[in-house]
Design a protein around this ligand. Structure first.
Ligand code: NA7
Length: 543
């Protein structure tokens, strides 16, 4: 029987960010032996790597923290409404200490490959240090935004200055004093880093190809009394979040844009704008589903930009006009538009005059203009959702490569499992809500689902669970049909793979919201893992 099949550990967990850390904790609690791996020197995942100045979460700190332990909730004190990267990293280090997670994690070591052995129903994982680890279960907590996208610009090696990518920032603080700096990219990372660099640099050039909608965070420092009061209501706050499509404790909108007259609409928009943050997009029920409603929100944001940015030409360039608000991720900023009122900041429109390459002195544009700089910051994003999985050499049944299976776009059952890859589980994978909801909650929910599934495998004397192709097709089609009825294809973005040349254009998320997703997962589990092959243990050869 498989009980005698030799494995080094029950489960390997790849990645030590939020999902990986909770997976190690939960599986260990279930009595499994676990080994975690991470290429970083410590825990943190995305919050380990994205150390650029201004890096901050766009989900409020009280919500962007583990919910599974009321003790952890009460012991930790957030200092700001929106936590900065150093504070989130300290929080994850605190969790790792408190739960003694590091003893099961090998740091500075990447997992490069994993091969499934059909006879023993085990995974053999190979690491960057050359170690091979055999496990029954393989969990990929590799992160949706962990592989940097660095455009290859002709002449890059000739550039005389320093270059950085926001997603792999040095550990020592970078000093921009007295330097001319260019930031390429105006997504969340560029919009966060630009104001901070501008404060230091001699001159900052912001190279914008596509303007993004951004909403001021109106961040604040928690007063002890207010924080204590918020924490006293933590359990209720969490209960509300689990029932919200985005995993947010804030009430869902109840009114449509045109249920109120223009004056009232403006009043409501203003009131909510003053609250700050991405929830502004949820002021009315129909902003991301109805184009006329969307246009009202867009007009309001344009007005805000004109009010804030002194140079009307710059204001116009900062205003997105070619796609609906919400079709790409809405950014949340602190002082972004104000940055362009500084005399030492220049917005460069590289849609109009594209970057042609680098030369020793800086960036050469198509017009022949050279933007002379000392430092270049790539805020150019990530090979999102699939990149961290497809760069691994993962071989399932018959030696099938996962990256080949996903050549036309990722296909999963529930965003968690892949046909032909028994006992392999994705966390926040394509086909799950992932970053469209509060990722800490989605991580907990998926880890819990996977841990329960492993419990089922063991208690039923099975060797493995494996997604049936039909269930995978049905889930993938369900995701695609939700996507078709959304505005997501009306803008090029990493949501649909449009930021990476040659990447298939599919929306890589489940759009039905967290509660519906949880119901779908729970129904599958309750129905004896409907849509999953139960691989029996008696067919397994002892190794
Ligand atoms: P994003 O949102 O993918 O933004 C990347 C930015 O870089 C975006 O403005 C791109 O312009 C720009 N970009 C990328 N390649 C180039 C080239 N070759 N030339 C000029 N401009 C370029 O990444 P972020 O890191 O900001 O945010 C990712 C997520 O992390 C974010 O949504 C949060 O969830 C956290 P484009 O729009 O493609 O014209």
């Amino acid at each position: 029987s498989n009980a005698s099949t030799h494995v080094d550990v029950d489960a390997v967990v790849v990645g030590a960010g939020f999902a990986g850390l909770y997976a190690i904790h939960r599986l260990r609690g279930d009595g499994l032996s676990v080994r975690g791996f991470d290429g970083a020197t410590d825990v943190g995942g995305t919050w380990y790597w994205n150390r650029y100045p201004g890096a901050r979460c766009d989900v409020e700190s009280l919500d962007y923290s583990f919910s599974f332990s009321p003790e952890l909730e009460q012991e930790w004190n957030w200092t700001e409404r929106y936590a900065s990267q150093p504070e989130i990293l300290r929080y994850l280090q605190f969790v790792a200490d408190r739960l003694d997670l590091r003893r099961d994690i090998t740091f500075g070591t990447r997992v490069d490959a994993a091969a499934f052995d059909e006879d023993s129903v085990t995974w053999t994982v190979r690491t960057s240090s050359g170690e091979e680890v055999r496990a029954r279960f393989l969990l990929l907590a590799t992160g949706p935004l962990s592989v940097a996208n660095v455009p290859s610009l002709p002449g890059q090696e000739t550039f005389a200055g320093r270059t950085f990518h926001t997603g792999g920032w040095p550990h020592e603080p970078v000093d921009f004093t007295g330097r001319r700096v260019a930031v390429i990219g105006t997504g969340s990372s560029g919009i966060q880093v630009a104001p901070r660099i501008a404060e230091q640099a001699d001159h900052l050039y912001v190279l914008q190809r596509t303007p993004n909608y951004t909403i001021p965070a109106h961040n604040f420092t928690w007063e002890p009394d207010a924080l204590a009061e918020a924490k006293a209501g933590y359990r209720e706050r969490r209960a509300r979040a689990w029932q919200n499509a985005g995993g947010s404790p804030n009430p869902a909108p109840t009114q449509g844009t045109f249920d109120v007259d223009e004056a009232e609409r403006r009043r409501i928009f203003e009131e909510r704008w003053a609250v700050g943050g991405a929830r502004w997009l949820r002021t009315f029920t129909d902003t991301t589903s109805d184009h006329a409603a969307n246009a009202e929100a867009v007009a309001f944001v344009h007005e805000k930009i004109r009010e804030r940015v002194r140079d009307p030409e710059v204001a116009a360039k900062l205003s997105p006009t070619t796609y609906p608000i919400g079709a790409r991720r809405v950014c949340v900023d602190t002082g972004y538009w104000d940055t362009f009122n500084r005399g030492d900041v220049t917005l460069v429109d590289v849609r109009e005059d594209p970057i042609e390459g680098l030369e020793p002195a800086g960036l050469r544009l198509r017009s022949g203009r050279v933007v002379e700089i000392d430092d270049l910051v790539f805020a150019t994003g990530f090979d999102a959702m699939t990149g961290a999985v497809t760069r691994l050499d993962i071989r399932g049944r018959d030696g099938r490569q996962l990256r080949d299976e996903w050549a036309e776009g990722p296909r999963t059952a529930l965003g968690i499992a892949v046909a032909g890859f028994p006992n392999l589980f994705l966390l926040n994978g394509p086909g799950s809500p992932s970053v469209l909801a509060n990722m800490v909650l989605t991580s907990e929910q998926q880890v819990n689902w996977v841990a329960d599934a492993l419990g089922y495998v063991r208690s039923h004397g099975l060797a493995a669970l494996e997604a049936e192709p039909a269930a995978q097709d049905a889930w993938t089609e369900h995701c695609n049909s939700l996507a078709e009825h959304s505005m997501m294809f009306e803008a090029d973005s990493w949501y649909i793979g449009a930021n990476i040349p040659g990447k298939p254009r599919v929306l890589m998320f489940y759009l039905g919201g967290l509660p519906a997703y949880m119901r779908a997962c729970d129904e599958v589990a309750a129905d004896d893992y409907r849509g999953f092959v139960k691989v029996p243990a008696d067919e397994v050869e002892s190794a």
